[in-house]
Design a protein around this ligand. Structure first.
Ligand code: ADP
Ligand code: MG
Length: 262
């Protein structure tokens, strides 16, 4: 058997196995192996290493696409000095994603602009980087999707979809009161993930006012909170809005500039 027919068969094995990166790298790695007198195992390791890297990269890119995170900000971008009510070490602990292991939920509670979405999304990026399936949605998006699913007879599939990700981010619960049907969809999503998969949820409503989300249906609100809080980390953020803060800083700078000119 000639070396060139070995080479051709190796190419076709790699093509059959869909190892495109290894196939592409093959001539170079072979040449390198000859020059550096690599052992068989060192050669094979180098070739497969290239394929593993390419597959890993693809998997991460596909996890990132699937996650639908609305901004690129990570936990590292969060300015803790601007938000003293947020415990830096708690967020660092959450960033290790240990909470995902026992399906603990994370609730970010606070007024608009204090960084709830940023922190939830930051946890989403951390999950993706760790190779986990994460998914971001807003409460009203979730409600709309469940509504369509009910109309189109895809309820069960849609519920399975929300059960799937290791980390499900539900942003902006409580901004809009949810109609009864939407509230029950949210309740079902929370119930079926209970003790199985983490939910990272943000809300502008203190837990005491959760009845409002569910149109004063205290039963649903209570049952939902039981499941959400049973195993949970609650992060209350009560500082100033970051947007308002930077707006104020800009306004202040402008005022000073104007004053020094005048
Ligand atoms: P919320 O969801 O609580 O309404 P966001 O997370 O949307 O607030 O934050 C509002 C804006 O301010 C975003 O652009 C966010 O990136 C930024 N922001 C908020 N808090 C911080 C912070 N502590 N450090 C850096 N940027 C912040
Ligand atoms: Mg938000």
């Amino acid at each position: 058997m000639s070396a060139s027919s070995d080479y051709q068969r190796l190419r076709s094995h790699l093509a059959f196995l869909r190892m495109a990166a290894a196939a592409e790298a093959l001539p170079g790695v072979l040449e390198e192996a000859t020059k550096a007198k690599l052992s068989h195992s060192a050669f094979l390791e180098r070739l497969l290493g290239i394929e593993v890297e390419a597959v890993d990269e693809r998997r991460r890119a596909s996890l990132a696409r699937f996650a639908s995170l609305p901004s690129p900000f990570t936990l590292a971008d969060f300015d803790f000095s601007a938000q003293p009510s947020v415990d830096r070490s708690l967020i660092a602990e959450l960033g290790t994603l240990r909470f995902v292991e026992d399906a603990t939920n994370v609730l970010f509670i606070g007024p608009p602009g204090v960084g709830k979405t940023m922190l939830a999304v930051g946890l989403g990026h951390a999950a993706v980087a760790a190779g986990m399936r994460a998914y971001y949605t807003t409460a009203s998006e979730l409600a709309a999707r469940c509504h369509r699913a009910a109309l189109e007879g895809r309820w069960a599939t849609t519920m399975r979809f929300y059960a799937g990700p290791r980390v499900l981010i539900i942003d902006e619960v409580g901004y809009l009161p949810l109609p009864a049907e939407a509230a029950s969809a949210l309740f079902q999503v929370v119930s079926q993930r209970y003790l199985k998969g983490s939910i990272v949820l943000t809300t502008n409503l203190g837990i005491a006012s959760w009845g409002k989300v569910f149109n004063d249906d205290a039963m649903v609100a209570g049952a939902m909170l039981d499941r959400l809080l049973h195993r949970s980390v609650v992060v209350n953020i009560d500082g100033d809005s970051y947007r308002m803060r930077s707006h104020r800083a800009r306004a202040e700078a402008t005022r000073k500039a104007v004053a020094s000119r005048g």
